[in-house]
Design a protein around this ligand. Structure first.
Ligand code: GLC
Length: 811
């Protein structure tokens, strides 16, 4: 608990004194260029400029003379070979020109301006500053500028007037707005102003503050240790920035389809019998579910890579039976290895020197669930390989998903709440203290886990869920937002948090549905479930003491609401899976802030209580108790109420009526949304039963691309996937829909393509080349034809599937 001691006067530090005590690196002394970098030496410090991609420039500042030799620390993807760089020197400045970007170093102060190919400033002035003990960076903030990104943070979408400290922390306290550090640290901000965006990644895994509050005209970046290692990523579009940031730090590989299903967890389901009962209950009650988690009680006294055989006498049989029923088991694996000389994992780690040691060479021992524990040094390739290989214990049992927790790392009963800061990580020959390397611990654990699973599974896709992470975590794991509470405020908080995680490269994220700590209510669970099924990761999880919160725990009304919305997620899986495919290709998030799609619209700039599910759907949850109405902002265009079909003119706010069983959802006119038949669990992603719902009334033409594969293996890397392009052209008296497979490498078992046209301008007179069918019974069995349902106002069309085809509807 905090006391007034937290605000002692001697706690004032340099960062609170603003920039007054800081000076620039200059004046300029000399420069030199080699194949990698242009190095500029100033009187007080030096900087290096490196073009790492066409639209990304790396600027490294150090007190020493060779900043160019600073190795990147995050999961930076090796870039394009260096470009031909041209340097022009004048009295006042050095112009360092890459392929599309130019870095201008002002000689007096050695501040840097980055220009785009047209000479327009991407960032007008990045001041590299030196304080008494460390380096800083200050960037300009106009009155109209917004800040997005910064990973997992409390607060609103726009981070103006906030301050965050990147330091992965296990926070059990409520996540209130002044909580500066949470479990993840993604030191990446997006600056958006005057319709142009740029990104700034500060690649430093030590404690780093981002202060958008101290100076109303600037943001200040304050790393406690290490170099000032900056990547300026040019836009101008917000999407360009996110896409280029994920090209730099890597994109997620496609997860298995089952990880997109509904997931159920609790700390803990205590026995094999309880887990089997849970699974049977889902199936008996017809509530779709794909994943059950095992929290720490499955282990033998919390020893990782073991099962407690009293509680779980036959885990292999349990896992096999569950697989038959369409369930996957995901067990928790924490980094702490119980200090127990009888325990083989501990013995091996000690004998092969794979654990973290303090600078003096003694083993670091910290207390976590198993009591005194040693911590693998994941910075070391040898340890990472060993750890990855240990997962054979799970994969041999049929497990292919792992939940990494406590990997900040969290350590009990010590002041730092983490590993001692003087632990020296081996870091493959470039040793770093824990103080310098802290934020990399969780990412390295997930990397070791993912890569280990990948090898062991021999072609099946792994799934890893993590609590801690750093820039690039999306390559290895999905992220959940830790120990939230069953508060309405925490339900609402996830919207901005999830959207900013998405803008920070983490497309696959979610929060514990229903809340982890505290007691949920039926109403809160229902509302949270409605929102949670539209999060990329949809997992209900709850702590030990609170009331049980499985979908059926609050009576038939709440159960029915949960069933309906989980079912909706399953019906929308073809759309969701395609969004995952796009995220794996472009890095764009699945859960999107409206500002990403409508950046020029003022109303979207800090909109935190509604979000987009891909580019075509808006989800506007109710996040207050007893509320049945809420304002929803619909941007330009025509929008349809998903449930009632009501048509809304965009560019304005509407009042949505949403009784407890209703989540307001809107679909954009022109959208083509694929839906599949409701199933109790996922199978493959070939969608043998597929209908393309075509929302007519858009602006003329629109397109959609559906992605399909087996949903399970890496076969897609060998071309075993389908890409189906669909194009809609709406004219006054007719509309035309064309489809063509760009790639047809997976047999989806369909012989026809089903289309459902909604919101037609009038009833169709003819559908070219197809026979009209008059009743639904007959239509079900026909290979091709059309049927107009007058009551619904919907046109059903079936086309024989070929590699390409088209249909024209005449009114
Ligand atoms: C941590 C995790 C939580 C988990 C618990 C027990 O608090 O955040 O999700 O249930 O540990 O393992």
């Amino acid at each position: 608990m905090q006391t007034s001691e937290s605000i002692r006067p001697d706690r004032e530090d340099e960062s609170m004194q603003g920039a007054a005590s800081l000076t620039g690196f200059g004046p300029f002394r000399s420069w030199k260029a080699d194949a990698r970098a242009v190095t500029v030496n100033g009187a007080k410090a030096s900087l290096a400029v490196m073009f790492v991609a066409e639209h990304t420039v790396r600027i490294v500042g150090t007190p020493g003379a060779d900043p160019a030799s600073t190795p990147p620390v995050s999961a930076i993807v090796p870039g394009e070979p260096p470009f031909q760089v041209d340097v022009k020197e004048t009295e006042e400045e050095l112009r360092i020109c890459g392929k599309s970007l130019t870095a201008v170093v002002r000689k007096a102060t050695m501040s840097v301006e980055v220009l785009d190919a047209s000479g327009k400033a991407v960032v007008a002035e990045l001041e590299l500053l030196q304080g008494q003990r460390k380096l800083r960076c200050r960037g300009p903030l106009n009155a109209s500028a917004r800040i997005y990104g910064l990973g997992e943070t409390t607060g609103f979408l726009n981070k103006r007037r906030e301050r965050y400290t990147m330091w992965n922390s296990d926070i059990y306290d409520p996540h209130v707005p002044d909580m500066e550090s949470l479990y993840q640290s993604i030191p990446f901000l997006i600056h958006y102003d005057a319709d142009a965006a740029y990104g700034l990644l500060v690649d430093n895994p030590g404690k780093t503050a981002f202060d958008m509050r101290a100076d109303s005209g600037a943001y200040l970046i304050d790393p406690e240790t290490g170099a000032l290692d900056l990547y300026v990523i040019a836009g101008p579009g917000l999407k360009d920035v996110v896409s280029r940031y994920t090209a730099l730090t890597g994109r997620m590989k496609l997860p298995p389809l089952w990880a997109l299903g509904y997931q159920q967890s609790r700390y803990s389901y205590m026995s094999q019998e309880e887990v089997m009962r849970l699974a049977r209950t889902f199936r008996e009650r017809n509530i779709p579910c794909d994943v059950i988690y095992l929290d720490i009680h499955y282990m033998d006294e919390y020893r990782v890579f073991t099962f407690d055989r009293q509680r779980f006498p036959e885990p292999e049989q349990m896992i096999a039976e569950l697989k038959e029923m369409g369930f996957r088991i995901v067990p928790i694996v924490d980094p702490g290895v119980k200090k127990d000389e009888q325990y083989d994992v501990y013995r091996e780690g000690i004998s092969r020197e794979l654990f973290c040691k303090k600078i003096e060479g003694t083993l670091f021992v910290g207390e976590v669930w198993p009591g005194d524990s040693a911590f693998p040094d994941f910075s070391d390739e040898r340890t990472a390989e060993w750890w990855g290989g240990l997962h054979r214990f799970y994969t041999d049992m049929g497990i292919s998903g792992i939940w990494n927790d406590m990997n900040e790392p969290s350590v009990f009963a010590c002041e730092s709440k983490t590993m001692d800061l003087d632990v020296l990580h081996r870091n493959n020959g470039n040793p770093q203290t824990h103080r310098e390397w802290h934020n990399m611990y969780g990412l390295s654990m997930s990397k070791a886990t993912y890569e280990g699973l990948e090898k062991l599974l021999e072609g099946e896709r792994p799934f890893v869920l993590t609590r801690a992470g750093y820039a690039g975590i999306q390559r290895y794991a999905a992220v959940w937002t830790g120990d939230n509470r069953s508060y309405w405020e925490h339900m609402a908080m996830f919207m901005a948090m999830g959207m900013n995680l998405g803008l920070s490269g983490v497309a696959f994220c979610g929060a514990d549905i229903g809340g982890f700590v505290h007691h949920t209510s039926g109403e809160l669970l229902a509302r949270w479930m409605q929102m949670g099924v539209f999060a990329p990761l949809s997992r209900n999880h709850c702590a030990m003491e609170p009331v049980y919160q499985e979908p059926w725990q609050f009576g038939p009304e709440i159960e029915e609401i949960c069933r309906r919305y989980i079912g909706l997620r399953y019906r929308l899986l073809p759309y969701l899976y395609t969004l995952f495919y796009e995220a794996s290709q472009t890095g764009l998030p699945i859960m999107r802030p409206l500002v990403l799609e409508y950046p020029h619209d003022e109303h979207t700039r800090n909109l935190c209580d509604q979000f987009m599910f891909g580019p075509d759907m808006i989800v506007a949850p109710i996040y207050r108790p007893s509320a049945e109405y809420r304002a929803v902002y619909l941007p330009e265009g025509i929008w349809y109420d998903y449930w009632t079909g009501e048509r809304h003119e965009g560019g304005r706010h509407i009042l949505a009526h949403a009784p407890l069983d209703t989540l307001p959802i809107y679909v954009k006119a022109g959208a083509i949304i694929p839906e599949t038949a409701l199933r109790q669990h996922t199978a493959d992603a070939g969608w043998s039963e597929l209908a393309l719902h075509v929302y007519c009334g858009g602006a003329g033409s629109s397109e959609f691309r559906l992605y399909e594969d087996d949903g399970l293996t890496d076969g897609y890397g060998r071309g075993e996937y389908n890409l189906l392009n669909v194009r809609l052209e709406e004219r006054e008296q007719s509309l035309q829909l064309q489809y063509a497979y760009d790639n047809q490498g997976y047999d989806n078992g369909r012989d026809s393509l089903k289309l459902i046209f909604k919101h037609l301008p009038s009833s169709p007179a003819d559908v070219d080349g197809l026979n009209e069918i008059r009743d639904h019974g007959e239509w079900k069995h026909a290979d091709a034809g059309w049927l107009y349902d007058r009551d619904k106002g919907e046109l059903f069309v079936k086309l024989r599937q070929a590699s390409a085809g088209e249909v024209t509807v005449v009114f």
